[in-house]
Design a protein around this ligand. Structure first.
Ligand code: C6P
Length: 419
């Protein structure tokens, strides 16, 4: 067992007890529209365990102060805990150094940061950025903006009917003009797990850096940035059972060192005169202004919680639940699952014959069942499958087979109403 396996399998000897785990999530106890809440929208945002909520309350009750600025007790405490959150993220991702962990607002800001700094510095006319056909808008638009500014071009790896990348097409797309590969690890719209290790290996053969959009993957599987050898990885705290408004950009130190700053302001400077500013060291060079202090501390608590559960165990449990859900959904007449990749996690996207996904979502809501409907910020995916939208149930380790059964019962009602 490697060091990272050991860290993520701390309780692997005990069976996963979902009933007990659910007690950690107070929000799951409530009735919605008179029915027990069935929360199947964790890909949009995950629920928070009591340990995270308590940490945030403790921070504001006993510790609130600005960081990196004060000599007083509270400021030192807040600084220690804010930086403690960074160390926890470093250990969680198995990054080499704390300074490789930049706090941002979320995945979207992480990608924008890389496009605006690394991208502006290193990409020029006719240079190319490769991405996949299943990107979230957050991993398309920042690069499009860069292309408009610099005259660079987007190249897209196509996918098959299952929602799997055509890797031979990727190999053909890689060429001397390729300056960046920026790909989603796990698709939020389809659930596909992309072969990112191979994508990185092939890009590196040509000396091209790779950014991973880890928004969906990081909460649901063990990620080791050193063994993956990705150059950048970004994710959102709120999908990792932590607070909103905090996210992480991991970058290899040498790349981050060479990048210009993203935003100007406090904390990111070493010295300022009206003539000239010199910038702070990593990671502060990229953290302008008062940071999201309780965000880092709350994210650290979420990582502690997840690590204690054992990410390998939660991932295995979610995998079983996905298999169960896939089987049960196939019993619903007229239902087609969109996204049937052989390597897949956590997401059940589907359409129902003659029923608009929004109607599915509305009827399920009357049963207390929360799913997401729409294009999931992946309009090109919808275009690829020739549909306007899907209904999407997304899973986390606090979901149960009974909740999947409730979803299926709700879908039978939808079929009755529209049948
Ligand atoms: N997907 C969903 O319901 P932010 O908003 O910055 O935390 O994450 C953006 C993002 C980027 N990449 C992927 C793969 C994502 O899934 C998301 C967020 C949510 O699927 C909201 S659209």
């Amino acid at each position: 067992m490697t060091a990272i396996d050991a860290r993520h399998a701390t309780t692997a000897t005990q069976p996963f007890d979902v009933t007990r785990v659910r007690e950690d999530f107070p929000i799951l106890r409530q009735l919605v529209r008179g029915k027990p809440l069935v929360y199947l929208d964790s890909a949009a945002t995950a629920q928070k365990p009591q340990a995270v909520i308590d940490t945030l309350v403790r921070y504001y009750t006993t510790e609130n102060a600005n960081v990196h600025r004060g000599v007083h007790y509270l400021s030192q405490q807040a600084t220690d805990d804010y930086e403690g959150g960074r160390s926890k993220v470093r250990a969680f991702l198995n990054a080499k150094e704390d300074r490789e962990i930049i706090f941002v607002r979320g995945t979207t800001e992480g990608i924008n940061l890389v496009a605006a700094t690394y991208g502006r510095k290193n990409l020029g006319p006719d240079d190319e950025i490769i991405m996949t056909a299943m990107e979230h808008h957050s991993n398309i638009v920042p690069w499009q903006i860069l292309c408009q500014e610099q005259g660079a071009k987007l190249r897209v790896i196509p996918m098959n009917e299952r929602g799997e990348l055509l890797m031979e097409e990727y190999e053909k797309l890689l060429n001397p003009r390729t300056k960046m590969v920026s790909v989603v690890h796990q698709s939020n719209a389809l659930g596909t797990l992309n072969p990112v290790a191979e994508i990185i290996r092939l890009a590196h053969q040509q000396g091209v850096p790779v950014l991973l959009d880890g928004a969906q993957a990081v909460p649901h599987m063990v990620i080791d940035v050193q063994s993956l050898d990705c150059d950048f990885l970004t994710f959102s705290g709120h999908k990792l059972f932590g607070p909103t408004g905090i996210g992480v950009l991991y970058g290899k130190a040498a790349l981050l060192e060479a990048m210009p700053p993203y935003q100007g302001g406090g904390d990111m400077i070493r010295s300022v005169t009206f003539e000239r500013t010199t910038y702070n060291d990593l990671p502060y060079k990229f953290e302008a202004g008062t940071p999201h202090i309780e965000g880092s501390i709350g994210l650290g608590a979420a990582i502690d919680y997840l690590t204690a559960l054992g990410l390998e165990q939660t991932a295995a449990y979610e995998h079983e639940l996905l298999a169960y859900g896939t089987g049960r959904l196939s019993e619903v007449p007229g239902l087609t699952i969109i996204g049937t990749a052989r390597e897949k996690a956590g997401v059940l996207s589907f359409v129902l014959e003659n029923v608009h996904p929004h109607d599915i979502g509305t009827i399920l809501d009357t049963e207390g069942i929360a799913i997401r409907t729409g294009h999931h910020c992946c309009q090109p995916v919808m275009d690829r499958f020739g549909i306007p939208a899907t209904a999407r149930a997304s899973l986390a380790f606090y979901n149960t087979r009974e909740e999947i059964d409730a979803l299926v019962a709700g879908l039978h009602k939808v079929v009755e109403v529209f049948g």
